[in-house]
Design a protein around this ligand. Sequence first.
Ligand code: SIN
Ligand code: FE2
Length: 202
Amino acid sequence: MLVLPKGVRHIPGHLDRPEQQALVEDIRAVVREAPLYRPEMPRSGKPLSVRMTNCGDLGWVADKTGYRYQDRHPVTGSPWPSMPDRLINLWEELTGYTAPPQACLVNFYNTSARMGLHQDRDETDLAAPVLSVSLGDACLFRIGGTERGQPTRSFRLESGDIVILGGESRLAFHGVDRIYPTTSTLLKDGGRINLTLRRVTA
Ligand code: SIN
Ligand code: FE2
């Protein structure tokens, strides 16, 4: 039995294979318009191992000056592509939150990418949950409490899984320890896509 920190919801296999494929097609269209780029860590300027882009009215970006939401792609200068209906519907179905998501961060992990423990706290609307979708290769996801240093546990996220951080877990520390190569055939060149849907403004 896996006991997760309070308020963390994990829905294994929520999306079936055709739904996952349709979502990958939606994301391919987003990436054609708003190419993946490699963000830099604030201050150090060190590149992240994950490549990113966004869709929706706002997108989360990181560069030497900090983390923030903005309405344009930092490299092309164009507005982000609109949020696919499929994602808006998923948000409505699973969160029941009254307002639609404003940002969808698209993270692409190659087999050596990872993401350190962090909180999602650049949003002013903390009443809204963060909904995350996993596609492609499995990963080892780590989650802890709302303060750094609290115990963490890790579990595998597979293609089609959903995680929702809301309520007591909205500010839970989380990250990705590793990707398990060749565990999915969804993406033809392998790797993992993670989509996180957020409300940004209250
Ligand atoms: C994130 O925290 O932005 C990504 C989490 C994940 O890749 O599952
Ligand atoms: Fe996050």
